[in-house]
Structure formats: C-alpha cells, structure tokens
Design a protein around this ligand. Structure first.
Ligand SMILES: NC(=O)C1=CN([C@@H]2O[C@H](COP(=O)(O)OP(=O)(O)OC[C@H]3O[C@@H](n4cnc5c(N)ncnc54)[C@H](O)[C@@H]3O)[C@@H](O)[C@H]2O)C=CC1
Ligand SMILES: O=C(O)CCC(=O)C(=O)O
Length: 414
C-alpha cells in the first residue's frame, strides 16, 4: 500500500485514535476532524517592475472553544490548503499540551520570498492582513511567524491591522520586534523549547548532552538557534542543512562561523563546495536527529536507516505515520512536533499577555516560565505514553486534544 503523505488526512487518523482512547464519541471527532473556518484569499500585488501578480493565501481556524485561535503564517512556494488545515489542527494540540488559552489557527501564502524584494514582501504582507482582517484580531485569531516569515513581516502586519482598526493593536500578532511590543526571548523560543525537550529525552535515555552527536535539518529560526544552544551545552553538532544541501563533519561543525554566515532565510550551505544531500544528512550516524525544516522528511523509505536513538521534531510534520511506527518499533524515542516545537507559541502567548497588560518581562523571567511549562508538558506526554502504552505522538495528541474537546463539551457544542 502507498504511504499516506497527505498531512491533513494522516492527522485526522491520529485525531480519531486519540479521541477514541480518551473516550469521546463520533460527534467529537466530527467536530475536530477539520477546521471550523478556512478562508482562501487572492491578493493582487504591484511588483517592482510595474506588473500586478495575484497571490493566493489561506487562514485556517481549527477550533476556538478554548479561546482565540493562534498560529503562524508561512510564506513558501509549496504552501497548500491541506497543509494549512493540518498545521491549524496541530496548533490546537500544541496549545493544549502546554495549557495555553487558545485554539489552533494557521496561515500561509503561496510565494517565494527569496526571489522577492523587501518592498514586494511588505506589500504582500499588508495585502494579506487586509484580506483576512474580518476573521482575525487580538481576541479572535492571533498570527505569528513561521517558515520564511520574521519579526519585520510581523511589524508590517501589525501596522496594517492597526491602521485598519484605527488603534494601536500590538496584541494582534506575536513575534514582533521588541520595540513594537515583542517579547524578550520569542526569537529563540522555539529552539529553547526544543532544547528543553532534548534535555528531558536524553535523561530518559540515560545519556548526557556533553559530547552527544547531533544532526539538525534546517538552519533557520528553529534550527540555527538550536545548533547554538546545543553547541553551548557541549554537544557536538556534526550535521546541519538548508534547502540547498547539507554539511557534515564527524568532529563537529564550526557553529559560531555558520551562524555568522547564514542569511535571513536560513541559507548557509551555498557558501561551501563539500556538501551532502538532505537525504544523506538524515541517515548520518548520530545520537540525536532534529528535523527543523519542512514536512514529510522521515518516511517509510528512510525510517529504517535512521541511526539516532532520539528524534526530536522541531519542524511541523517531518515524520509520516508509517515512519512513526517504524521508529517506535525500533526503540527510538520520538518527541513529536506538537510537543517539541511548542516553545514558540508558548512565548507568543507570553508576548500577547504582556501586550494586554502593557508591562514587559525580562528574558530570564520569560525563559523560566517557558522551562516550567515545557518540562511539565514533556513529562505529561511521556507518562501518558508509558501508562497508556501508546507511541509518543498518540500520547501527545491525547494530552493536547483533551483540552479542546472538554472545552467544546462545556460550551454545549457536542
Ligand atoms: N519559527 C517558529 O517559531 C516555529 C517554527 N516551527 C517549525 O519549524 C520549522 C522551521 O521553521 P523556521 O525555522 O521558523 O523557518 P525559517 O524560514 O527560519 O527556516 C527554514 C529552514 O528550512 C530550510 N528549508 C526550506 N525548505 C527546505 C527543503 N525543501 N529542504 C530542506 N530544508 C529546507 C531553509 O533553508 C531554512 O534553513 C517549520 O516546520 C516550522 O513550521 C514550529 C514552531 C514554531
Ligand atoms: O507563535 C505562534 O503563535 C505560532 C507558532 C507556530 O506557528 C507553530 O508552532 O507552528
């Protein structure tokens, strides 16, 4: 049988299994099996050469029983409707795992910002906010950064929304620059959360991070800060990659140099001749493998060849259902995306809280609060996996979905 690479339908299968294990009925599955709302927008944007190009974008809102929906916006040529749907469903689960008062949302625009000027990216970012303005807002749905979007783009989006509403609305979006109400620690939060999960996973496997060999796919916001943190903890980062290729040195790469040379899209390998492929990178001999780029990277084809004893998903959806089974059967500890990458949305929540109260915290305060939430979340999912005898992904879905399901029940929706 062909492996299911459709992120939306494969997510539905795990949601169904998790709800059944939790004892919810078919009606609950009917409610949670897809987003409550999915908006498709077409945005005419004036390009620098005077022509008009029409871009397509999406905003999905999975479930808002717990509170406003929350999730990033992705600018990528391969964005598609089903991917955005699945990403919004994962956000509901992520927020539930760390106990945030949000449901899941997610957005995306089909575009390649690497080939666009700053002016074109600004006009597209503002156009997107105008197009989705009716369904978003600080108490409705709060966007944030994701692949190929950053704090500058969040600033333009916040400015556009504030103009539309005729009042300053920092709580409309998170991941903003500090001077516009961004939170200390948000930029590094996803990697910080992944690092905490790696520390906890290593404890369970009984080894120290000092000298542990790490491979990271992706050298953007998540991957590059992660390489820095693990390098600082004494681990040996022996492989990294970007969209164009991968670098490998069994004695450890020069992380400080690579961090200094990477561009704002997380590209660094184009500076080197001696590269390997992303496919080869994933199969390198190492202790911990961290996919931190895009989806469907570990499949039934390569899961049997993964050498790591811990796989931590910093990216959303990097491992297929079939590959999850194979890794689990092989005794590899898999820390699923909805847990491992929840540091980003956790500090986004802290940013929103700070915007709402107008009083800002120090980076240490943010990091301490983040650590408390993530250590609890990791142990909760791990414990569920052990006691219910289910794999870590199913355990994470059970922990995360319970929140949205119970809130939907209390509201009388099901
Ligand atoms: N930025 C955030 O706060 C969060 C990000 N994530 C997830 O982490 C992953 C990475 O996101 P960011 O680091 O924010 O994005 P980014 O845009 O900063 O970096 C993306 C990285 O992936 C690489 N990449 C892109 N296409 C690729 C391909 N076809 N093959 C291999 N590498 C490729 C890029 O070269 C770059 O190094 C995504 O799956 C994202 O959804 C998850 C939670 C929060
Ligand atoms: O920071 C946020 O609100 C959302 C981050 C996100 O999109 C994700 O965790 O995939």
């Amino acid at each position: 049988m062909m492996e299911n690479l459709n992120l939306f339908t494969s997510t539905q299968d795990v949601i169904k299994e998790a709800l059944t294990k939790l004892g919810f009925n078919e009606e609950m599955y009917e409610l949670l099996k897809e987003p409550l709302r999915m908006l498709t927008v077409r945005m005419p944007i004036r390009m620098d050469d005077g022509t008009v190009k029409v871009f397509t974008g999406y905003r999905a809102q999975h479930n808002d029983a717990v509170g406003p929906t929350k999730g990033g916006v992705r600018f990528h040529p391969e964005v598609d409707e089903d991917e955005v749907r699945a990403l919004s469903m994962w956000m509901t689960i992520k927020c539930g795992i760390v106990g945030l008062p949000y449901g899941g949302g997610k957005g995306g625009i089909i575009c390649d910002p690497r080939t666009m000027s700053m002016g074109e990216i600004e006009r597209l970012s503002r156009g997107y906010v105008r197009a989705i303005s009716q369904i978003v807002g600080p108490t409705k749905d709060i966007p944030a950064p994701d692949v190929y979007t950053n704090s500058q783009i969040m600033a333009w989006m916040m400015d556009e929304y504030s103009r539309l509403r005729e009042n300053d609305s920092p709580g409309f979006i998170t991941g903003k620059p500090i001077v516009l109400g961004g939170s200390e620690g948000r930029e590094k939060a996803t990697a910080q959360g992944v690092t905490i999960c790696i520390e906890e996973a290593a404890k369970k496997k009984g080894f120290s991070l000092k000298g542990a060999r790490i491979v990271i796919q992706g050298f953007g916001n998540a991957g590059s800060f992660l390489a820095k943190f693990l390098h600082e903890e004494g681990a040996k980062v022996i492989g990294i990659s970007d969209a164009y290729g991968a670098l490998h040195d069994p004695d450890g790469l020069d992380i400080d140099y690579l961090l200094d040379r990477r561009d704002s899209f997380g590209t660094v390998t184009t500076l080197f001749e001696n590269t390997i492929t992303n496919k080869e990178l994933l199969e390198l001999d190492c202790d911990i493998l961290v996919p931190a780029a895009i989806s469907n990277q570990i499949t039934s084809e390569n899961a049997g060849n993964i050498k790591a004893s811990i796989v931590v998903e910093a990216a959303n959806g990097p491992t297929t259902t079939e590959a999850t089974k194979i890794l689990t059967e092989r005794g590899i500890l898999l820390v699923p995306d909805v847990l491992a990458s929840s540091g980003g949305v956790t500090v986004s929540y802290f940013e929103w809280v700070q915007n709402n109260q107008g009083y800002y915290w120090s980076e240490d305060e943010v990091n301490d609060k983040l650590r408390d939430k993530l250590v609890d979340a990791f142990n909760n999912v791990y414990h569920t996996s052990e006691t219910r005898k289910v794999d870590m992904r199913l355990a994470a879905y059970m922990v995360g979905l319970r929140y949205a399901a119970e809130a939907s029940k209390f509201r009388g929706w099901v």
